[in-house]
Design a protein around this ligand. Structure first.
Ligand code: ADP
Length: 424
């Protein structure tokens, strides 16, 4: 018996070969006589179980773990767990230590769950796994070992992919006729090309609004499935966020006016903004980021659209600030606000706040999910701060490029990441 992590958590090593236990040959009462319950569980559990110490040295490999990894206990015990449980991402890439959940757990006091990864078996085949890691903590509060439990989810992953493919194909196929209907309805409403009476105009107006809504829903479904499986293609370039936001605000102002909402653009609150040059003139800082302008525009339009939907009076402020590492932009409204309990869920797929405002205002709950995926694509962060009846501010941080980095990326001699077409 080896004692790991203090007197309460002892683990026994060196099992006999798996014993067949069924209700006829071994009544439940007999099991404890020749095997400890713990051993019975480890020997028979369908999930793979491994135990490793604070150095990552593998101490135990259950029979199911042997099956999934293709390693046997004799060869595996004593070597590093990373070699036996070779985790790779969806692209088949191995993890650096800093990102490998098996290493991260040894520095953590909390369990880690992971449903996206694969185990590369000893025979080099990839097995989709759902992984759960638990730290073993001693009485002093230090993580002295960890247990990893993993399940082969090849079938579930395949079914999930089929479902995503279906949603993606269906929304793609339906978007085209809906766009056509939208186009014809828009022509019917255009006084220069069609003559209709007022009653018909009222009906067509409604049909046009609903068709636009449907078209947006299909587009959002398509984008979100692509964002989920990592196939959201983009064409990143160097963007000056100051210029981009200023231009976008000009267009959004007109949309806001339809609801009598003022839209303003502010650059400020950073010390960098107020930096002056030697001759005393204000220096305009360049807030460079590396992203696809259309994707960034998509994010801003979506958040602005929400700000407008959920604000009845006041103004919407689009702001820009930052420091030498980060560019921060935000969209602040004076609207209905978001209850505290809902704020952390807003970026989940299909999540909508259940309130009078949202029940009367249409939406799919996909917009912010897509925004988060896009911002994460550029290694950024998005979050919201809000107070009910006062308003909400959506913040976005993106890594900032120095002027030198921006110039290098813009240089014709620089090899840039391959540009891919947008999934329009
Ligand atoms: P949708 O607006 O299509 O429902 P989103 O993902 O864009 O989907 O937003 C999710 C939910 O977040 C909305 O349904 C709404 O409840 C809430 N929300 C988003 N933006 C705001 C805002 N500016 N003010 C109040 N609530 C908001």
């Amino acid at each position: 018996m080896i004692n790991i992590g203090g007197p309460k958590s002892f683990i026994m090593f060196g099992f006999n070969k798996k014993k067949k236990i069924d209700s006829q040959s071994a009544p439940a009462g007999d099991l404890a006589m020749d095997q400890k319950p713990f051993e019975i569980i480890i020997q028979n559990i369908e999930d793979g179980v491994v135990l490793f110490d604070s150095q990552g040295t593998l101490k135990l490999l259950s029979p199911s773990a042997e099956k999934i990894t293709g390693w046997n206990t004799k060869d595996a015990v004593g070597i590093n767990v990373k070699q036996v449980v070779q985790l790779v991402n969806g692209k088949g890439e191995a993890y650096a230590d800093a990102d490998n959940p098996l290493m991260k757990i040894l520095k953590s006091n909390n369990p880690i769950r992971d449903n996206e990864d694969y185990i590369m078996s000893r025979s080099k085949s990839q097995v989709a796994v759902s992984l759960s890691l638990s730290p073993i903590i001693n009485e002093a509060g230090a993580t002295t070992a960890a247990v990893a439990v993993f399940r082969d989810v090849t079938q579930e992953r395949a079914q999930d992919q089929q479902r995503k493919d279906f949603v993606s194909t269906a929304s793609h196929e339906m978007r085209t006729p809906v766009a056509e209907i939208e186009g014809y309805l828009s022509l019917a409403l255009n006084e220069k090309v069609a003559t209709i009476d007022e009653k018909a105009r009222g009906f067509i107006d409604k049909a046009y609004a609903s068709t636009r809504h449907l078209g947006k829903l299909f587009q959002d479904l398509l984008t979100s499935t692509r964002a989920e499986d990592g196939s959201l293609v983009d064409n990143p370039v160097v963007i000056d966020m100051g210029e981009t936001l200023e231009k976008l605000t000009d267009g959004l102002k007109i949309i806001g006016q339809k609801k009598n909402l003022l839209t303003e653009f502010v650059i400020g609150s950073s010390t960098l903004i107020n930096a002056t040059s030697e001759n005393g003139q204000m220096l305009k800082p360049f807030y460079y980021v590396y992203a696809d302008p259309e994707r960034i525009e998509q994010v801003i339009n979506n958040i602005y659209d929400n700000a407008m939907k959920y604000t009845n009076q006041g103004k919407i402020t689009i702001g820009l600030t930052g420091n030498d590492k980060v560019v921060q932009f935000y969209i602040k409204d004076t609207g209905v606000g978001i209850p505290e309990g809902d704020a952390s869920h807003l970026f989940q797929k299909f999540y909508r706040v259940d309130s009078t405002a949202t029940r009367t205002i249409g939406g799919s709950g996909l917009g912010l999910f897509i925004c988060k995926k896009i911002i994460e694509l550029y290694k950024g962060r998005i979050w919201v701060e809000s107070e009910v009846d006062k308003g909400s501010t959506f913040f976005i941080n993106l890594p900032r490029l120095s002027s030198q980095q921006a110039a290098d990326l813009n240089s014709p001699n620089t090899i840039k990441p391959t540009a891919k077409p947008l999934d329009k």
